[in-house]
Design a protein around this ligand. Structure first.
Ligand SMILES: Nc1ncnc2c1ncn2[C@@H]1O[C@H](COP(=O)(O)OP(=O)(O)OP(=O)(O)O)[C@@H](O)[C@H]1O
Length: 722
């Protein structure tokens, strides 16, 4: 490969970044400024021009998708079948290290990797063993606590120690008991969850200098993409590894930090020279992706953030069409407009569906667009997720309705043991055999044999009672009410609530909302069968993903991607900015939400559409346009659809009120780390941590032997003299 190929089309700054191979280099690169191109070409430069082997180059990306894309591009540039395994995510790279060296920590090289579902099944076993109810100790909360424990690497030493660990039976406090039991089980199967992968690696490097030196020696050049989203531990890993040869190259855009909520800290990017004195900085501020109109609106929005360094992005791209904001009166109108616009793009611009992306803040928002697309027979696929009607909780919920309507075995099997009713394999086999002998459905067989001793100590009877009572009410109730009563009666909704996964609960709410809307749109009561038949249209699974299709995805998934035509939909207050995040993290969240809107807008190359609608949300709240729209001068976009002046007033008033709530002067920290305090309920404690972001303390309370997060706003915390 000629140097020409590598430098072809690079601008001066990009070329400087590519050829700055020695020492520490930081590239601050704005949206669409060619980060990916720069990283890829630098890698190719190291291989083709400097003659290095890929096995000496570490290239960390943020997602698996990005790693694959990078490998593909690198292969194209350098050719051949070289091992590009060190082009990887942090987790993927840690797996490689551990597969080679974890035996030092007395774990087998074939350790298991646990995903969230595995973690939950471990928890389920523990709850069963201790006879605990999920209700009191939601999985999400316990997993969060496990995550908090794993924020530090201390626990790894317990896991790898060959001494006997604490017996969970001996632990009084229930949460801690669960956590201790979790660690024990995890160790028994040699399972490592995502947090462990990094922690084990750090402990391994901390304890075994020779292992660390081997890796330091091996990795001559290190480069990291999306560096602004690195967590402290990820940064630590890079820092220690780069101590070997000192060649570390990081690329990122602080304006695109969208993972602060889970520990990313842009300070590593912004203050990089603190750790790498004398580092070189390259600024990429020419945008190659978007039209000036798109860039202007993105710039105008991101400038509202206070915690940032301005980069003055510019572009030489020719002017395009204006950005459009479409305001609809209802959600259906919004969806219909989006779809008809896509059809217009096909007709008038010759756009292919592959060139169109629909972005939204939360997964449940895909539903209304999906239905409109299906209605118009436009192919679509969901990037990084499932189509709405293919999501587990939606299929489960609908199985309740189907069971009621058809008593089919498939629906029965889906829900009989979800939530758990002790209807395991043995009892199901019993049912199956009887059902075959008697030629009846599984459900009917269960009804007929419910008094058989095998079903003692199960909750099958309660289940049947709910279904039977619903059968009686069936004709009187609307489909929406049937669904509501079924999900409540069988405990399915509570099960999802207890799981604590907000996304799944949002999806369930959205499903209910969609049934209500459907009935309203039909203008009359519809039968259950009719509704289910209509739904098969949406659940048919005969679409091939390879075909040309509109891409639907969350903004988080869209990071790093680009599309000629982008629709940012559901651009409503409470959605973007997301209400829950604002409640939890106040002004930090507001800035992160603004960055999300910025990431969404800057995905667009040629045309950008911002859409939102009036009406009510799945939670029954009135909808208003996002405050971010009002932050933008109207000259930056064309508005279609009319916002009545009174409605605008009302919207602004609501935003102002929300704003006040968010900005309610959260008091400053009155205590510092190490201070001794008295809490009216928990007693005396020591401040372990002062968290500026969440504006709270972590306090260890001695008498109860627990650590609790306490808000800075809590007024009844007093200084203790003991
Ligand atoms: N020097 C250049 N000349 C022409 N086009 C370029 C140049 N550099 C990058 N591009 C193009 O600009 C677009 C954006 O590049 P890339 O995807 O690498 O940006 P990025 O910095 O990763 O963006 P973001 O952070 O917003 O995801 C791509 O289509 C790329 O091909």
């Amino acid at each position: 490969m000629e140097t020409d190929g590598i430098f072809n089309g690079l601008n001066e700054q990009q070329e400087m970044a590519v050829t700055s191979t020695e020492g520490a280099v930081r590239v601050i690169a704005g949206a669409g400024s060619g980060k990916t191109r720069t990283l890829t070409n630098r890698y190719a430069y190291l291989v083709s021009e400097l003659g290095l082997e890929p096995s000496n180059l570490l290239c960390v990306t943020f997602t698996n998708k990005a790693a694959q894309e990078m490998r593909r591009r690198v292969k194209k540039l350098v050719g051949g079948e070289r091992d590009t395994g060190y082009i990887n995510t942090y987790h993927g790279f840690c797996v490689r290290i551990l597969r080679e060296d974890i035996h030092h920590l007395f774990y087998p090289k074939q350790f298991l990797i646990l995903d969230t579902e595995d973690q939950k099944s471990i928890l389920r076993e523990i709850y069963d063993e201790f006879g605990l109810k999920v209700n009191d100790h939601k999985f999400a909360r316990i997993l969060k606590k496990i995550g908090e424990l794993k924020a530090d690497t201390g626990y790894v030493y317990d896991l790898i120690s060959r001494e006997k660990t604490i017996d969970p039976e001996q632990v009084e406090e229930v949460d801690r008991k669960i956590i201790v039991a979790y660690l024990k089980k995890q160790r028994r199967v040699y399972g490592l969850d995502f947090d462990d992968l990094l922690n084990f690696t750090l402990v391994l490097f901390g304890e075994y200098k020779d292992v660390l030196e081997k890796w330091q020696e091996r990795l001559y050049y290190i480069q990291v993409d999306e560096f602004q989203d690195s967590s402290p531990k990820q940064f630590e890993l890079i820092r220690i590894l780069s101590k070997g040869h000192g060649n570390v190259f990081v690329v990122g855009d602080p304006d695109q930090t969208i993972y602060e909520w889970r520990g990313a800290d842009p300070k590593f990017m912004v203050n990089f020279d603190q750790w790498f004195p004398g580092c070189k900085t390259v600024l990429l501020n020419e945008n190659y992706r978007s039209t000036p109109q798109i860039l202007d609106i993105g710039n105008a929005l991101i400038k509202q953030n206070k915690l940032r360094v301005d980069k003055d992005m510019f572009t030489h791209n020719p002017k395009g069409v204006n950005v459009i904001h479409y305001h609809a009166k209802t959600e259906e109108e919004e969806a219909k407009w989006i779809v008809s616009r896509i059809q217009t793009l096909q007709k008038e611009r010759g756009a292919s569906l592959n060139e169109v992306a629909v972005l939204y803040r939360a997964n449940y928002l895909s539903r209304f667009v999906e239905q409109a697309l299906i209605h118009e027979n436009l192919e679509y696929s969901i990037f990084g997720g499932f189509k709405f009607f293919e999501r587990k909780e939606i299929k489960d919920a609908l199985a309740h309705l189907k069971l009621l309507a058809f008593e089919d075995d498939l629906s029965f099997m889906r829900i009989i043991n979800t939530p758990r009713r002790q209807m395991g394999k043995k009892r199901i086999t019993f049912l199956r055999e009887r059902s075959e002998e008697e030629g009846k459905s599984l459900y009917q067989t269960l009804v007929d044999h419910i008094d058989h001793p095998i079903f003692n100590r199960t909750k099958a009877k309660e289940f049947i009672e709910v279904i039977e009572s619903m059968k009686i009410k069936r004709t009187e109730l609307s489909v929406a009410d049937l669904l509501q009563d079924l999900l409540q009666g069988t405990g399915y909704e509570a099960f999802i609530r207890e799981d604590g996964d907000h996304e799944r609960l949002d999806n369930l709410m959205e499903l209910k909302h969609s049934v209500v809307q459907y009935e309203e749109a039909m203008g009359e009561e519809i039968s259950l069968e009719y509704y289910l038949q209509m739904l098969t249209l949406y659940t048919e699974n005969d679409r091939e993903d390879q075909r040309e299709a509109v891409k639907l995805m969350t903004i988080h998934t869209s990071k790093g991607l680009e599309y000629p035509y982008v629709f940012l939909v559901g651009f409503n207050e409470r959605v973007l900015p997301n209400e829950r995040s604002l409640r939890e993290r106040k002004e930090y969240a507001l800035e992160e939400e603004r960055r999300l809107a910025y990431v969404a807008m800057t995905r667009a190359e040629r045309e950008l559409y911002l859409t939102e609608s009036e009406g009510t949300s799945g939670r029954g709240e009135k909808k208003y346009p996002s405050r971010f729209l009002f932050e933008l001068e109207e000259s930056l976009y064309d508005r279609l659809g009319i916002i009545e002046p009174e409605f605008e007033q009302e919207a602004k008033e609501i935003i102002r009120m929300n704003n006040q709530l968010e900005a309610t002067p959260t008091s400053d920290a009155s205590f510092k780390r190490g201070d001794r305090v008295i809490h009216p309920v928990f007693g005396t404690g020591t401040i372990e941590e002062v968290d500026d972001r969440k504006r709270m303390y972590k306090i260890y309370f001695e008498e109860m032997e627990v650590t609790r997060p306490i808000s800075w706003n809590f007024k009844r915390l007093e200084k203790s003299n003991v």
